[in-house]
Design a protein around this ligand. Structure first.
Ligand code: NDP
Length: 331
């Protein structure tokens, strides 16, 4: 391995105000400074990658840029010795794929403190089936459990259920014994959601704006991946003392709610960040997914694509048309 070693990356450039992604040849010396050089075998697709690829300056400040907030691969150089050369690691979040070249390239260079050792029994593809989306679903469920959520309390809603975060949340909650109501805008995806373990599938209309500040409290707890006005409606339908883990903003960053669900029903709003949390917290969730939290259906239904298919797949995210987990295979 020399600094002149060439590799392929799916790189986004600004051309006349448009953001265009295409395969390019880079050199290892083009990568940012860092302690660990990793040969990326697999990455996975996330909504944030679609934002980065479309020129969203809140995610990526300057271009040309290689997106990919997730990467799993083999360590080829390690200035700190830990992780060791030859070992497999998972890197998700922190600045990867935002302003640090990410997993849509065959190599990344990152701080050692971003690298989680591959859990026993996993390989780079399995890790990337979960990726940031799976990690986030796990963190959302973990927060509900920490608040005392139990199956006997009643139904748990998952919004954006067909999405990357939502689909893992549906399978995980159902495997933990919860009665899951999947809320999805994709009627043709109902059977797939039931296959993941949802007891019931409801359309997005159950979260359409209503004038009343509180509605019939049908859900004991919820995982919300969409944010915006639908989240405000979901909060009106949570039982007293229930909790809602929130992680996303596909329906908008504003939360047009009143305080009433919180002060009259004691509803808990639990924020979830999967990006900047300590490495040990990420490691603990990865370990659970490689063991008692395994989601075999999500694993079996993941779709593999190559770099040539990235453009179309990322555009589908921005249209809300993406479903399930998509793994980028650099082979
Ligand atoms: P996906 O695009 O895979 O899924 C989002 C789902 O939300 C869609 O599949 C769709 O599901 C639903 N949806 C899309 N647009 C709308 C809309 N306008 N109104 C209501 N529902 C909509 O994204 P991810 O699952 O990867 O991510 C979900 C959110 O979580 C994103 O905002 C992402 O940025 C965020 N996120 C946050 C993280 C964190 O650390 N906090 C980490 C990872 C993701 P359906 O058709 O079934 O309704």
């Amino acid at each position: 391995m020399t600094t002149n070693t060439e590799f392929q990356a799916w790189r986004v450039e600004e051309k006349d105000g448009e953001y265009v992604g295409q395969e390019q040849t880079l050199k290892v010396s083009d990568l940012p400074e860092g302690e660990v050089l990793i040969r990326v075998h697999h990455s996975s697709l996330n909504y944030k990658d679609a934002l980065s690829a479309s020129g969203n300056k809140g995610v990526t400040r300057s271009y040309p840029h290689t997106p990919g907030i997730d990467a799993a691969g083999e360590v080829v150089e390690s200035a700190t010795g830990e992780p060791a050369v030859g070992s497999q690691v998972i890197v998700t979040g922190y600045d990867l794929g935002m302003n640090t070249d990410g997993g849509f390239g065959e190599y990344i260079r990152v701080p050692a403190s971003w690298c989680v050792p591959m859990p026993d029994g996993w390989n780079t593809r399995t890790a990337m089936i979960y990726g940031t989306a799976g990690l986030t679903a796990g963190l959302c469920v973990q927060k509900l459990l920490q608040m005392g959520a139990r199956p006997e309390q009643g139904q748990v809603a998952v919004s954006g259920a067909s999405g990357a975060v939502g689909s893992v949340a549906v399978e995980l909650l159902s495997s933990l014994g919860f009665e899951v109501v999947a809320i999805s805008g994709k009627a043709d995806h109902a059977a797939a959601l039931k296959d993941l373990g949802a007891k019931d599938v409801q359309g997005r209309e159950i979260l359409e704006e209503q004038k009343k500040p509180l509605l019939k409290p049908v859900f004991a707890n919820a995982v919300d991946t969409v944010g915006g006005a639908p989240l405000a409606e979901l909060l009106k339908q949570i039982q007293p003392g229930g909790s809602v883990s929130i992680c996303g903003l596909v329906a908008g960053p504003q939360l047009p709610t009143t305080v009433l669900p919180f002060i009259l029903r004691g509803v808990n709003l639990l924020g979830v960040d999967s990006v900047e949390i300590p490495l040990s917290e990420k490691q603990s969730v990865w370990k659970k997914f490689s063991g008692e939290w395994a989601c075999p259906k999500a694993e079996a239904s993941a779709r593999d694509i190559g770099r040539a298919e990235l453009d179309d797949a990322l555009k589908a995210f921005l249209k809300g048309a993406s479903a399930g987990k998509i793994v980028l295979d650099h082979a």
